[in-house]
Design a protein around this ligand. Structure first.
Ligand code: SF4
Ligand code: SF4
Length: 340
């Protein structure tokens, strides 16, 4: 904790040099939602110099884990990892009501939407496909397109339904539940003996990478590989689209080019939004706080002004931006020839 407190202390003394990059502060417009303000509140809570109240526990959660500020930080601080210990304490003490609902849903139903679902393992093959909660429960077309593309390319796949990687619990500060959920995914993969795990969700990619002996792919890189190996054919399309980089795929893992390459191979013109690639703005979809909804609205507007259709590579981005009225498709749907 000492290292974390030292870094939070330096950040609390900083003149907020990265503040212009924080999408939450841009929308909320308050000092406590700025990177430095969140760091100061987090530090005081950890030191016991600020009482644990619902209001005081809000700033550490006013972070989308997007890492946009890291690009501009002279100390290269990863603020989400510095807020994490505060969230762990808050999860067992006091936290904003939206976080409370998230924690309960994850504990009781094992997914961030709180809807009932059963675990199912469907099919046979050398690849395990985990769509993740949003593709399974809110954006099922992404799951279905992915399965059809795999079948068309002759890839035998086992579909894992009802499994959550655990990231929503981790981000809310519930490490125990996160580990349980991740452990369930690992357990089913080991029992199936598969060597490849395919994911639609960049958040799952962030949380499940590093499983020993299992190669983990996001659909964008996997499909590009299949095309380059001549195993997957592409339809011919024409038109103009823009591409939204999910934080967990782009900024955090450097996967910027594979989706763009596939879109261009399809024959599409890709127009970049004003803030793109490393500087792309978060969709806000992974955070349950009301302020995150404002971030979604703003990003959706920016994308709508760029092109009539947005393509992304994350079911949660698709869900969050589509909820704000944006015309948005997942890359898997476009690879099937859909443009609407
Ligand atoms: S993250 Fe870095 S640049 Fe931003 S306020 Fe903290 S120390 Fe300053
Ligand atoms: S990680 Fe993103 S949301 Fe969090 S403080 Fe940095 S820029 Fe703001």
């Amino acid at each position: 904790m000492e290292g974390v407190e030292d870094k939070l202390f330096l950040c609390a003394l900083c003149p907020n040099m990265c503040r212009f990059s924080c999408p939450v502060e841009e929308v909320a417009g308050t000092e406590t939602s700025s990177p430095q303000g969140k760091a100061l509140t987090s530090l005081l809570l950890l030191r016991g110099e600020l009482p644990w109240t619902e209001e005081n526990a809000r700033p550490p959660y006013l972070c989308l884990d997007c890492q946009a500020c890291k690009l501009f930080c002279p100390f290269d601080f990863d603020l989400p990892s510095l807020f994490h210990p505060v969230r762990v304490k808050a999860a067992s003490k006091i936290h904003p009501p939206e976080v409370h609902s998230r924690l309960l849903r994850m504990r009781e139903k094992g997914n961030p939407f709180g809807e009932p679902r059963e675990k199912r393992v469907v099919g046979k093959g050398e690849v395990a496909y985990l769509p993740g909660c949003t593709a399974e429960m809110k954006e099922r077309e992404v799951l279905l397109s992915t399965l059809r593309l795999l079948e068309g390319a002759g890839v035998g796949a086992v579909l894992l339904e009802g499994y959550c990687c655990g990231l929503p619990s981790f981000r809310a500060g519930d490490e125990k539940r996160a580990e349980e959920l991740r452990g369930e995914v690992e357990g089913v993969l080991r029992s199936l003996g598969v060597g490849i795990l395919l994911l639609s969700c960049p958040g799952c990619l962030e949380f499940l990478s590093g499983l020993e002996g299992i190669e983990v792919f996001h659909t964008s890189t996997f499909f590009l590989k299949l095309v380059e190996e001549g195993k997957m054919g592409l339809p011919r399309l024409s038109g103009r689209v823009t591409y939204h980089d999910p934080c967990s795929l782009g900024r955090k893992r450097g996967i910027f080019d594979p989706p763009r390459k596939l879109l261009k191979e399809l024959g599409l013109e890709v127009v970049e939004p004003l803030k793109t690639r490393e500087r792309a703005v978060c969709c806000g979809g992974g955070n349950p706080l009301e302020e995150a909804r404002g971030v979604s609205r703003k990003r959706a507007k920016e994308l709508a002004e760029t092109a009539e259709l947005t393509v992304t590579t994350c079911p949660t981005c698709k869900w969050a931006l589509g909820r704000e009225g944006l015309r948005v498709l997942d890359l898997s749907q476009v690879l099937e020839g859909r443009l609407g």
